[in-house]
Every structure is written in structure tokens, then in C-alpha cells.
Write a protein that binds this ligand. Sequence first.
Ligand SMILES: [Zn+2]
Length: 217
Amino acid sequence: MFIELVDSLRCLEPHDETWLVAAASRMDGRHLIDGVLGCPVCRRTYAVRNGTASFSKRQPDEADRDLTTLVADADPVHLTRAAALLDLSQPGGIVVLGGSWAAYADAVAELGVAHVVVLNARGSEASAQEVSSIVVDDRLPFGPAALRGVAVDGSAALPSLLSSTALLLRSRGRLVAPSDAAVPDGVEVLARDDRVWVAERTVVASPPVALQLGVRR
Ligand SMILES: [Zn+2]
């Protein structure tokens, strides 16, 4: 878990949106390997073990068992397609990959245009410093408009995850899901084929946010 990603993470409990406070027991460079993320409002804690932060309500051992280890797909044609669907032409932001999309994590990270977060998978030994992994159930631990793109399928493409994730995308952020998944509110489908649909977050009407587009902290 890349330490700077912690700024974008939010407690999953139903209270006012709040950031999480990291307490590290082991770091590797700028990566949090072991430690805990704590919510200052409700005191819920989220464990970080072996570099993976768990936002699951399941027991850590059970969630660990379900973690797949990434097998990288380095086929340039597949990567080009993934980059196009996620609209990775401009740098900046966070991209979340779940299910079979996680196989592109290393390759997308190497493009150097986004920080990559994989769901329910352990990064490969070779994972670039730009890949973080988190364990989730049916919601992502980010605030509104925090994400630039999300691609999920398989067990990661739960209807509840898709509907909640749509609201976490920034204006024109991309959501890629299996073609048979219901399209949630808040996004408009741009294209679909027999495998996936790709949708775009409808523009969130908020002038202050719009004025800050493109400004990086
Ligand atoms: Zn909380």
C-alpha cells in the first residue's frame, strides 16, 4: 500500500466523510507493509498486512485465503485496450482494477499515468511501486470523485459495488464492467460489446470542483 494513497481512503462506516490515520509497524520505502488504518470518528480500524489493507468485514485469515496472486498480462494489445477503455491518455489520479483486470496492474502502473489499486489480489513480487492492494466486500473505501477509472469483473463486479463505485468517480471518470451487469445510476454508457460496457461518470455539477480540474496537489 503506497503511503500517499492513504490520503484518498475513507472510512466505510455511515458517518461524515473522514480520512484515515495510518500507524505503521513496518514500511518499505514509501510503502506501508504492516500497520493499521484508524478512523478518528468511529474508531474502526483496518489492518494492513503484508502490504495489503483490508476493508472487508470478514476475518483477516478468511480474507487472506481468498486473495489471488496476480499473474501479469503483458500482452500489449490487451494493455492498449484496457488503457483506451479507462481513458488513460492524461496523467494523474487513481485507477482501481478488480477481477481479471487486476492482471494489467503492473503494466498500467508502468505507463506512469495513474496510481493503480488492485482489489482482492496480492501484487506480484515485481509489482511496481505504483501498485497498492486492498481487500473489499461490496464497497470501495474512497470518497466522492476520488477515482478516475474502475474496471471490474467476476466476483468484484457485484451490483452493490458497481452502484456505490459510480458515485466515487470524478466527472467523466470511467467505469468498465461485464456486459451483462446492470448499469448503475450516475454513469452513461459510452460503448459496449459482447464482453464489457464502458461508462462515463456524468458531469458532477459543482463549479468549485470543475475549476480545480487538472490542478494536482
Ligand atoms: Zn469511521
